[in-house]
Design a protein around this ligand. Structure first.
Ligand code: ZN
Length: 319
């Protein structure tokens, strides 16, 4: 019996999963990343957690076939290098080689969004489709494309940054340094920001009753969903606008890549139909009907396990 380890590395936590040869998760371990302690330290801790996972499940290292990992930031999967990640301190850092040196096991690494989408495309909600475009909607938004089982990378392995498409009429500054990026609107942070700014501009809303004074800083996207369900006009306006902005961004991607299936994952996907209904409408009216007719739009199935399953599946595909 052979095993794989899949690691979903985040800025706050890392999840290490042990998977069997059919990519079923046998066990998982969640530990803090402690990103501020630097790249060498992070890799050391990943190696320790991988060993611990084997020990706890009585798996011999000789039965471990490979380790896959998804990491935030710009990653070169062919060289196994963390090209740049502000949070994790990758600056052309040899992530795969370091982890391989510590564990003695072959390591594959790629960007975390690509690993999540790869998992959904091969093992999850997109498995019945050959051309899958997946997005993660969380604090930001990013996309990846899996075409006939293979990830599309683009030059510099940088394809997929759909969150930084400029949107007409949006003036918010983005973390990337540009102004008016899609993710300043279509993300959990974007939804909360719109609500806060509307309240500060004096718009009346049930959210203004829930969050008075400085408490407004505590308002998050989930609160906008709750207000939406309570029939609040401002919350409905924000969800509608956000869904349409998302739809516009995706419509451009649909015409460019012609996916059979769009998989939507990430925490903000929990807004569900409040966001997806206007999004679908916007895509449908923005693309030529022959694209729309072949398109299925679904929520991700693997949710929290997508990164673990995707990176283990990726490691297997590279072995
Ligand atoms: Zn941006």
């Amino acid at each position: 019996m052979g095993y794989w380890i899949g690691i979903d590395l985040g800025g706050t936590n890392m999840v290490c999963g042990l998977l069997d040869e059919s990519m079923n998760i046998v066990a998982k371990l969640k530990k803090p990343t402690l990103a501020n302690q630097g790249a060498d330290d992070i890799i050391q801790r990943i190696a320790e957690n991988a060993e611990l996972l084997l020990e706890q499940n009585l798996v011999n290292k000789s039965d471990l076939l490979g380790i896959g990992m998804g990491s935030p930031g710009f990653i070169n999967p062919d060289l196994g290098i963390g090209v740049f990640s502000a949070n994790l301190g990758w600056r052309d850092y040899p992530v795969a080689a370091q982890l391989q040196a510590l564990t003695g096991i072959p390591v594959s690494i790629d960007n975390d969004v690509r690993m999540y989408v790869y998992g959904e495309a091969i093992q999850g909600a997109g498995r019945d489709h050959d051309h899958v475009l997946g997005i993660t909607l969380g604090t930001g938004i990013a996309a990846a494309v899996v075409n006939n089982g293979k990830l599309y990378y683009g030059g510099g392995y940088m394809a997929g940054e759909i969150g930084h498409i400029p949107m007409d009429g949006v003036t918010a500054k983005c973390g990337c340094g540009l102004v008016g990026c899609l993710e300043t609107v279509a993300s959990a942070t974007g939804i909360a920001r719109q609500a806060r700014e509307a309240l500060q501009a004096g718009r009346s809303s049930i959210l203004g009753e829930w969050f008075t004074g400085d408490n407004i800083q505590r308002l998050i996207a989930t609160d906008v969903s709750k207000a939406y369900d309570a029939g609040d006009a401002l919350a409905q306006e924000i969800m509608d606008y956000t869904g349409r902005a998302l739809g516009k961004g995706l419509a451009a991607a649909v015409t460019l890549f012609s996916p059979d299936c769009i998989v939507i994952g990430g925490g903000a996907a929990l807004a569900g139909e409040r966001l997806f209904a206007p999004m679908r409408e916007e895509i449908q009216k923005s693309v030529i009907p022959i694209y729309w007719d072949r398109l299925t739009i679904v929520r991700g199935e693997l949710i929290d396990d997508g990164g673990v399953i995707g990176s283990a599946t990726f490691a297997k595909s590279r072995a």
